[in-house]
Ligand binder design. Sequence first.
Ligand code: AMP
Ligand code: MG
Length: 665
Amino acid sequence: MALKTKPNKSGAAILDAVKRAARQEQFLEVVSATEARRRFEACIDRSPLGAETVPLAGTLSRVLAADVIAPVDAPPFDRSNVDGFAVRGADTVGSSDGAPKRLALNAEVIACGVAPEIDVMPGTATAIATGGVIPRGADAVVMIEHTELMEDTAPAIELRRAVANGQFISYAGSDIARGETLLRRGAQIGSREIGMLAACGFAAADVVRRPRVAVLSTGDELVEPGKPLRPAGVYDSNGVILAAAIAEAGGEPVPFGAFPDDELALELAMRNALDACDIVVLSGGTSKGAGDLSHRIVSKLGAPGILVHGVALKPGKPLCLAVIGDKPLIVLPGFPTSAIFTFHAFVAPVIRARAGLPPEAARTMTARLPVRVPSELGREEFVLVSLVAGEDGQIAFPTGKGSGAVTAFSQADGFLAIDALASALDADSNVEVTLIGKTERAPDLVIMGSHDVALDVVVGALAERGFGARTIAVGSLGGVNAISRGECDLAPVHLVDPATGIYNKHLLGPGLTLVPGWQRMQGFVFRKGDKRFENRTADAALKAALADPSILMVNRNAGSGTRVLTDGLLRGARPPGYANQPRSHNAVAAAIAQNRADWGVAIEPVARMYGLGFLPIAPEHYDFLLIGTRRDRPSVRAFLEALQDETTRARIRALGMEPAPRASI
Ligand code: AMP
Ligand code: MG
């Protein structure tokens, strides 16, 4: 939903815009995913597009439009496989080191590319190179190693081995036979297929034309990547993600760019896209709010028009499927995860079909779900998961990022489906996970807990030692839970025991040890130049903040170490903004930098990154819980070595953290 107001609008106009924004139209009719697919497919042509001739070098990953019949033999002639002498096999019978046989040499040398002129008569041999044409009369080749040149007489060789007929000869057509079907229509061309085509003399191939797919984005907030982000702006990530996904599905993406939510401009662009392309994909502007106009424009573009607007699917409810003339037009939800999910479910199969590719085979695996996942009744829900190897089988962790996340899809290993009629999946149930993307090798080390930029440094050092780590950010408490169930090897945590003021020791459960990591300075964060706080101590700044009710704080989520520290500082006070409880240091810093709050508590490196003022309060300990019995695993040892390594420690210091003394690790 986009709310459009101009600063110079009259009060009445603003009121009008507010009312329009607050009035959500309902979807006309929300249908099931199966019904949506049925309606869509009934109106579209899924047969492969026509053929085009493409030079061989450009055919990689294209699809052959017709069978290819070999016009020549390969090899084109009987060919020697070794350096040696072309002979008649019968002449070699009985020769050995003890009883060599002598053959007279013919007066020619058959190098590659030389057509032989002299027949090999009984008792003679002709020198021949690897790849040379077998001369008339010869039926075998003796390797040069098994002969001796006789220099005393007329040119001759002595044979030390007998050879059978056909020895060291590749016969014409033994590789590719003229008239044979070399490649079949529908085959996807790789380097090997290109090699086969070239070996037959083809300079080009007839391939299925790739569907041209227009990619448009809409939203007043969208900014082209590469340009500076203005306040309230969002980078147009859908445009590039979709273009790449279209190419992966065998289509040719045609980027049209991002458009403001302007009905006229967008309609014009969509008409141009329909003229120029086979399929049109637009993302954004699809929920039926006041500023959201995609469906309104689509309904004007022609018959048969909108087939589906609203699918009982999560993510992806606002999906709009239409056909204009014979061209599919799809409006995807704007939220990146929803957009890419619905693209793969509804658009990619159509692109693949038109590109001549077979449907993608779903790869699935069974995994255990460690937590309960609630689900909305009435909508089939898809939950993105990360897979981790457990003691007995795979474990599927919901990634926990919403449909607005750009990273949710790219970081997930797969997804699981929750039936529309189920209100939850229970913890410890077995689920079927559909895998997405390429299968990577299983990580050597699984790290689950709180994330920190310096952790990336250690994981980088680990990679240099040849070990791959998988980090899953689930927060300190999530890490404690995961490691107590053996689901990860290391859990980075930073929680203070309110009773003792000591960090992390109280989290040690049976079988766990604590590996010291580094300290991060926590402090009072504010905008530079804010006279109320600048040049004070954290204590004085806090007093000033609590004395003025117009000053707004930003808090942290319960359960975080920073929240415990903040509550300690506030001693029961509840200043304005206390209820605003984001989950990360970055979110605190962003709120202050963007003037949505005036102060908060965060770590120094983050304050620095956002150009904010910082008054130190106390160091926070970021340590690692480790399953003791896994300490001797090579990947864990490499992790501990990396923590000890001077280069790694210098990099951690450069980020503003203080590594724990080496002796303690
Ligand atoms: P809409 O479908 O237009 O209501 O947009 C829903 C959400 O998706 C909003 O938060 C948009 O900012 C976001 N969004 C829409 N289009 C894009 C895009 N091209 N790239 C990234 N985010 C987008
Ligand atoms: Mg929008």
